[in-house]
Design a protein around this ligand. Structure first.
Ligand SMILES: [Zn+2]
Ligand SMILES: [Zn+2]
Length: 229
């Protein structure tokens, strides 16, 4: 018996029991007891080993569980961070939109303001231009040079027939005084009589009938006009 703890030992022992002499019986009993004890011990060791292994597995599971909890916490932290950043971005976007809206309102108000001011300025400009024209007119009216010019024009017009605009002379273009008191040259009087049987006065805007050419010869000549020629 080199190894009494081996599994084959108890079987061999039962066959040997009957064959062994008496002096070996006690030894055999001892061996039987020792073998039982050894089996118990072996079972205990096996259980211990199993417990140890289960413990180790348990520790492993606990470790893995802790790792997973840590990972979950990490992911939760990351998720919260994303959530926080998302909210921050939403707020930023809202702020940008608000600013844009405010800018649009400000620009619209500025445009409105500008247009109002522009219209006021334009109205002022028109008023000022009108005033300037009036002032210029007044200045021209009081300007002695202009007054002289107007007077010269009036005198120059007196020297001309109001109808044909020809300068009066002593003879064919003589300034004749019509019945109404206005002046017309002799030539115009004759032409008008020959065409219409009347003499049209520009001053009165009226045509005076003439019976014959002798009537024209009787119109007095305005010597005052001839004196300024
Ligand atoms: Zn004339
Ligand atoms: Zn007249």
């Amino acid at each position: 018996m080199s190894d009494p703890l081996s599994r084959g030992a108890p079987e061999r022992k039962s066959t040997r029991k009957r064959q062994l002499p008496i002096r070996y019986r006690e030894d055999n009993e001892y061996e039987t007891k020792a073998t039982a004890k050894t089996a118990e011990k072996r079972e205990e060791n096996r259980l211990k080993l199993e417990i140890k292994q289960l413990k180790s597995e348990n520790d492993d599971i606990v470790g893995k569980n802790e790792t997973m909890i840590a990972l979950q916490k990490e992911m939760e932290t990351e998720r919260d961070e994303f959530k926080r950043k998302g909210e921050e971005m939403r707020l930023n976007t809202q702020t940008i939109m608000d600013n844009l809206s405010a800018s649009e309102t400000r620009i619209a108000n500025l445009q409105k303001d500008f247009l109002e001011k522009f219209n006021v300025h334009r109205a002022d400009y028109v008023k000022l231009k009108k005033m300037k024209d009036e002032l210029l007119q007044l200045k021209n009216n009081v300007d002695p040079e202009n007054e002289d010019k107007n007077e010269r024009e009036k005198i120059e017009n007196l020297k001309k027939c109001p109808y044909c605009r020809g300068y009066f002379t002593n003879e064919s273009v003589a300034p004749l005084i019509l019945k109404c008191g206005h002046i017309l040259c002799k030539r115009c009087c004759i032409v008008d009589y020959e065409q219409n049987g009347s003499i049209f006065c520009i001053g009165c805007q009226n045509a005076e009938p003439i019976a014959n050419v002798e009537e024209i010869n009787e119109f007095p000549v305005c010597h005052s006009i001839l004196s300024i020629m």
